[in-house]
Design a protein around this ligand. Structure first.
Ligand SMILES: [Zn+2]
Length: 103
């Protein structure tokens, strides 16, 4: 029970600070995320500490991340989209096909 109260307290603090909105675990295509977390306006890396919102789509999260320098908001994705860009993510397709083996 104390652990749950502590988790709620942390989430409330994070929400008040406008930082991380969720404590869920995520599977991330790290090379994609590392490449995408970049403010093209300021030419600086974005920080996940500036995560404003996120939405889960299967294994993939869509995240709104604000640039710490200019406040421009970027839509970032934790997984690659399929080649036809129809909002189908490779991770979800592999999972549905039973192929998800971290490759
Ligand atoms: Zn910026």
């Amino acid at each position: 029970m104390d652990r749950i109260r502590e988790e709620i307290r942390k989430r409330n603090e994070a929400a008040a600070a406008g930082t991380l909105t969720s404590t869920k675990r995520r599977i991330v295509e790290l090379s994609k995320l590392a490449q995408d977390l970049w403010c093209t306006r300021c030419n600086v890396p974005l920080s996940l500490r500036d995560l404003l919102e996120e939405e889960q789509h299967g294994l993939v999260f869509l995240m709104i991340v604000k640039c710490w320098k200019c406040d421009v908001k970027y839509l970032e994705k934790t997984g690659k989209e399929s080649a036809d860009k129809k909002q189908i993510f490779d991770m979800n397709s592999k999972l549905a096909n039973g192929k998800y083996m971290f490759e």
